[in-house]
Design a protein around this ligand. Sequence first.
Ligand code: FES
Length: 162
Amino acid sequence: MTNFYTKKTIEHFRNPHNYGEIAQPDGKGDAGNIVCGDVMSLYIKVAKNKSGQEIIKEIKFKTYGCAAAIATSSVITDLAKGKTIAEALKISKADIIETLKGLPPIKIHCSLLAIDALSEAIYQFLIKKKRPIPSELQQKHERIVKSKQAIKERYHQWLSKK
Ligand code: FES
């Protein structure tokens, strides 16, 4: 564990991979971080590989989160690209932190934003395709929806203060 951003984190923050939007995504995930109120959107395009397996062919993200949110999102897009849906759902906070060679403990919650946005993009893809939703993903989706609602309410309260 480190108390400062690693060289790798700074590299990803300064030059984030796969930053932007996909015009007609197969899935779009919006997630908000309940700790800080930051939000992000992640877009995926799914296609079959040579063995006929569906993989994440293209992936992009946008966020106004902090440096750690940008770096962790950049990493998750690298990790998810080329993976099957089932493999992408297994990407964990530990995988992201390991790739960045550490993250300050106070910034670990930022990595959840990227994980949640990827889960949501996959959830939306499965819904669109009328596929069954794994129960763990369904529970995650319900938690993410609640977090987004809480952030929205907090934002409205803050805006209405004089
Ligand atoms: Fe909000 Fe990092 S402080 S995502």
